[in-house]
Design a protein around this ligand. Structure first.
Ligand code: ACO
Length: 267
């Protein structure tokens, strides 16, 4: 646990930075890290702070307890709700979509080019929790992990940014099959479907993720960030566009190494 870890008990989160690795921990194990709007807003706020720290290169999303995350706190759907949580605007309120957008912000920052994000997943990753793992660049799964897009079984769609990375990783037919059956995909199958970079014994999860974080920061920071930006853009570009982007990125990198900031302040 990083020495300077920040506690956000109301949001069920804690986070900290050690060396160039930020760790965000879902910390509501007694509810299997079920998520609330306060947690999603907390993730967005923590993300803003982490991205503002130019020293951070890797972000690890992990959780306490036997499950990575049991998805939305199902009490949100009961008349009593979750104590301390506001219920947000009603369905007919024009602000409804904006509310969801604010929750999505808790996920979207994990794909920022300045960082590489890793989800460390043990046990269940369900619904909003599976989408959190999908929001990360890389996933390391314990061999007891189970991934489930439960939303359609509950009369919902996955709306926390998970559908695009899921399709990109497993392809449209398998994404349809997984979501519309709402079945649980085990760790080995997840590896075969490219939903996991590594599957390790549960006891080794933390150590493997720490090793991976070290390996990812062994290369030059500026080159790593520029390369990630190129790779992130590749799928949407034509070959010609991507080749042009490579030329621009290389020139920018070499100029900045030379100390030429093109009139802009360095940094
Ligand atoms: N919301 C609120 N409370 C939850 C949730 C949840 N999503 N998941 C678990 N909990 C609570 C349980 O109610 C239980 O509370 P209690 O001790 O007061 O009875 C406690 O966490 C432990 O849960 P168990 O079911 O006893 O734990 P177990 O390890 O056996 O099972 C599992 C874990 C598989 C995650 C199970 O709890 C489960 O299926 N949860 C619901 C998952 C779900 O449908 N999520 C919504 C997905 S859709 C979306 O995210 C938009």
């Amino acid at each position: 646990m990083p020495a300077d870890e920040n506690l956000r008990p109301a949001a069920g989160l804690r986070w900290g930075v050690q060396d160039c690795v930020a760790t965000v921990t879902l910390n509501r194990p007694e509810r299997r890290n079920a998520m609330t709007p306060t947690m999603w807003r907390g993730l967005a706020e923590i993300g803003g702070k982490i991205l503002a720290d130019a020293g951070v290169r890797v972000v690890v999303i992990r959780s306490e307890g036997p499950s990575f995350c049991a998805g939305i706190d199902l009490r949100m759907f009961t008349p009593e709700g979750v104590p301390g949580e506001d219920r947000g605007p009603g369905l007919d309120d024009p602000g409804f979509g904006e509310h969801i957008r604010a929750y999505q912000e808790g996920y979207l920052w994990l794909r920022d080019d300045r960082i590489v994000s890793i989800a460390a997943v043990q046990g269940h990753a369900i619904g909003a929790g599976f989408q959190l793992a999908l929001a990360c660049d890389l996933r390391v799964l314990a061999d007891n992990a189970g991934l489930c897009m439960k939303e359609p079984a509950l009369g919902l769609v996955p709306d926390l940014t998970g559908t695009k990375p899921l399709v990109e990783l497993v392809g449209r037919p398998r994404a349809i099959e997984m979501c519309l059956t709402a079945r649980t995909v085990g760790a080995q199958e997840a590896r075969e479907l490219r939903l996991a970079e590594y599957v390790v014994p549960a006891a080794d999860l933390g150590a493997r993720v720490a090793d991976l974080a070290r390996e990812l920061t062994s290369t030059d920071a500026a080159a790593a960030r520029a390369t990630k930006a190129l790779l992130a853009a590749a799928a949407a570009n034509t070959l010609e566009q991507q080749a042009a982007a490579e030329r621009v990125a290389q020139a920018t990198l070499l100029r900045s190494m030379r100390g030429d900031t093109g009139g802009r302040p360095p940094g």
